[in-house]
Design a protein. Structure first.
Length: 179
């Protein structure tokens, strides 16, 4: 499920660089960074879930917010982040990609937004079964630390609210020669 999400995000990044221009290139660089932080947090969560449930089959998991509240809500936060909802960092980068596309090719912006909405719906439909509903599968405690997962999600939250000027300057410097 999350591998398909990565394909969507690589498409958004490629789309941004394909549109070209300083804003779209900046957005593509920002999206690469936010995607890598968010997806690694999600993979930490998924690793913990497979550890406690003893399986990778979605059908054998359920009720994670009840059986493992910290893990369940962390996974939900990760999916909300990767779906590009505000105020998280991927929202910022996707907003910039859509804005730059709308300025150059409004019809393409509609296609892009439609694709993003389809991806969002698919993620939330699958997440609902894992996070909520009846508890399925074993309910052992995770033996690994959640600190890396929360550190990555924290960075994504901060980047959605505030991008440090040094980081913005660096992205602008890199984006400018890309065209």
């Amino acid at each position: 499920m999350f591998a398909y999400s990565s394909i969507e995000h690589m498409g958004i990044i490629t789309f941004a660089f394909g549109m070209g221009g300083p804003l779209a290139n900046f957005a593509g660089l920002l999206h690469m960074t936010m995607h890598s932080l968010t997806k690694s947090a999600i993979f930490f969560a998924v690793g913990h879930v497979t550890q406690v449930k003893g399986t990778q089959r979605i059908a054998d998991m359920g009720g994670l917010t009840e059986s493992h509240p910290v893990l369940g809500w962390a996974l939900i936060l990760g999916v909300v982040a990767i779906a590009g909802l505000p105020p998280l960092g991927i929202f910022t980068s996707e907003f910039l990609v859509v804005s730059s596309t709308f300025a150059r090719a409004p019809a393409l912006a509609l296609v892009l937004v439609f694709g993003m909405l389809v991806g969002l719906a698919a993620l939330f439909l699958r997440l609902n079964g894992i996070a909520f509903g009846e508890v399925r599968g074993p309910s052992e405690q995770a033996k690994a630390s959640c600190l890396p997962m929360f550190a990555h999600l924290g960075l994504v939250l901060v980047a959605g609210v505030y991008l440090p000027p040094a980081l913005v300057g660096w992205f602008e410097t890199v984006a400018k020669p890309l065209g």
